[in-house]
Design a protein around this ligand. Structure first.
Ligand code: FAD
Ligand code: SF4
Length: 516
């Protein structure tokens, strides 16, 4: 019998440079599908659904033009069972395939589903199956687990330095280029209101047919998409344009304003490359190489702090999060170190809160399916931890709302870095702050009805009382953390009356979350 191979490509596996495509063979059929299952495990932002479907359709079109054979199942196709495994089994049966091949999924949920399916097709259908690497990341799934074996603590910084050395990135004869591994100290400035902020690189795609299909089939979604136009890149060509635009226009100031927040400036100097990267339109190697090329060509335009700071996000944080995900799942997804249990207030889905920082960050998220890192970490994430929301609630919200949210990189950031529900696997201390930090790093407080300087009393900033109450209430779990020594020293200086005022104020805000 001649060979006939069915190859599965998932929606976040659009790596057009994959070695699978080195040869054209009419006996190899690629399968891609839009399925209800993926729209229902969480309620997604409308732009996220549209961007995934448009990028998948483009990928199929481009590869078909190159001569490859594709089976593409649209959401509305009558044969679509809306279930991944069922569709694969139906197609395998109909097509007389002799082999099934797939790219290793990045999500634990899909990995488990495929493992079960493969067992079934190998034992019942007698079709051999094989998984292949996506050829996207610097490290394999289990790299971090191997590296961290036997170590009590394994920090991102250790992981990042090792990868810098292994990959020979920003390494000189004497060690790290410029003498330091990490130039973060230079990257913590608030915006100066002088440096021009270039507009983001956007595109314009008609996503109206997709929205209409979702509506007619009764799929729900969150967020908005102005006039049904999608502005995110949905092809490799567009993703590469986005990369060039970033390197040319935004990278020079990325570092210094990396932690800044500005009202009505949802992008600042951030790259907006996460979606293109996470669905693999572009690779982390080529993103880093583009930055290095520009830096070595014109070191006067790019500071080392900017270039190193950006590379650390991709080579360090992104690979580290993936490694931690595969080292800790499925246990990670149920960790709740502080036993937090509250529900998110309804304004997380409308942005209708009087707290201006949260109003801005949530409104940006609903409008664009995007918020930059500091809004995610120090505004929505910070408040969620201080208010004691259940990590499941917080995870669901982040997983649904962001264009780039795929579980391996969402849950490690949300449950780990932001909610510290892992008790310190990802970050050495909880990322929380009072209104003081937000006031220093943004201009949100200037047009807020709350007073960032007041800890208690009328119009006191909720972040303040909640911040101190958080450390008071979790003293037993946190006071031995050496990175929090200063915080607990400051708490010792508070007199009992002040502590009582703070606790009462925090309690009041917690019992009035909906109306804050
Ligand atoms: P830039 O600021 O330009 O950074 C460049 C790139 O570095 C990003 O595109 C991303 O690929 C990578 N990167 C930066 N920080 C991180 C990080 N902490 N972890 C992994 N990669 C990083 N990122 C996602 O891709 N998907 C998510 O679902 C996601 N959820 C998050 C949830 C929370 C609570 C927090 C605090 C962060 C989350 N991040 C997530 C990380 C980061 O916020 C986004 O990658 C970034 O905001 C995307 O915008 P950008 O492309 O403009 O990033
Ligand atoms: Fe946010 Fe408080 Fe500042 Fe208002 S005063 S914007 S609530 S930090």
């Amino acid at each position: 019998m001649s060979k006939r191979i069915l190859r599965l490509i998932l929606g976040d596996q659009l790596n057009s440079q994959h070695s699978w495509f080195n040869q054209i063979d009419p006996e190899i059929h690629y399968l891609m599908m839009e399925i209800g299952q993926e729209l229902r495990y969480v309620t997604h932002h409308i732009q996220k659904i549209a961007a995934f479907f448009l990028a998948m359709r483009n990928f199929c079109l481009e590869k078909t033009k190159d001569g490859h054979w594709f089976i593409y199942m649209r959401l509305e196709d009558p044969e679509n069972s809306q279930n991944l495994s069922q569709n694969i089994k139906d197609i395998l049966k109909k097509g007389n395939y002799t082999q099934f091949q797939y790219l290793l999924p990045d999500e634990y949920r899909l990995d488990q589903e495929l493992n079960t399916l493969i067992h079934e097709i190998e034992t019942i259908y007698k079709i051999p199956a094989k998984g292949f690497d996506t050829e996207h990341f610097f490290t394999d799934r289990k790299y971090l687990e191997r590296e961290s074996k036997g170590r009590k603590v394994y920090l991102m910084e250790t992981f990042y330095r090792k990868l810098r050395m292994d990959q020979n990135i920003l390494i000189s004869e004497d060690g790290p280029e410029g003498g330091l591994w990490n130039l973060d100290k230079e990257n913590r400035k608030p915006y100066d209101f002088k440096t021009t902020i270039p507009p983001p690189k956007t595109f314009s795609h008609n996503a109206s047919p997709i929205r209409k299909t979702l509506d007619s089939m009764g799929f729900s979604y969150i967020g908005q998409m102005k006039e049904d136009r999608l502005t995110w890149p949905v092809s490799r060509t567009e993703a590469l344009e986005g990369l060039s635009y970033f390197v040319e226009n935004l990278l020079p100031n990325f570092g210094q304003f990396e932690d800044a927040m500005v009202q009505n400036e949802p992008n600042l100097f951030h790259s907006r490359l996460s979606f293109s990267l996470n669905i693999k339109l572009i690779s982390p190697h080529e993103v880093i190489q583009s930055c290095l090329l520009a830096y070595y060509k014109d070191p006067t335009k790019y500071s080392l702090a900017s270039v190193e700071g950006f590379i650390r996000q991709i080579l360090g944080w992104r690979e580290f999060m993936r490694g931690q995900y595969w080292a800790t799942m499925p246990k990670f997804s149920s960790l709740n170190f502080f036993n937090h249990s509250r529900k998110l207030p309804s304004w997380f889905w409308t942005g209708n809160t009087k707290m201006n920082c949260l109003h801005q960050s949530i409104s940006d998220s609903l409008t664009y399916g995007y918020a930059h890192h500091i809004q995610r970490l120090m505004i929505t994430g910070n408040f969620s931890l201080l208010a004691g929301f259940h990590p499941d609630e917080v995870d669901q919200w982040y997983l649904g709302i962001y264009i780039d949210a795929i579980e391996w990189v969402e849950i490690t950031n949300t449950r780990g870095m932001s909610q510290w529900a892992d008790g310190g696997i990802i970050a050495s201390k909880p990322y929380v702050s009072s209104g003081n930090y937000i006031s220093k790093m943004s201009n949100y407080c200037k047009s807020c009805i709350y007073d960032s300087k007041k800890r208690s009393g009328e119009n006191s900033c909720p972040f303040n009382s909640l911040y101190w109450a958080f450390f008071l209430n979790h003293k037993r779990q946190l006071e031995k953390n050496f990175r929090l020594t200063m915080v607990y020293k400051n708490i010792e200086k508070l007199n009992p009356l002040e502590i009582e005022k703070i606790q009462n104020q925090a309690q009041y805000y917690i019992s009035h979350l909906e109306s804050l």
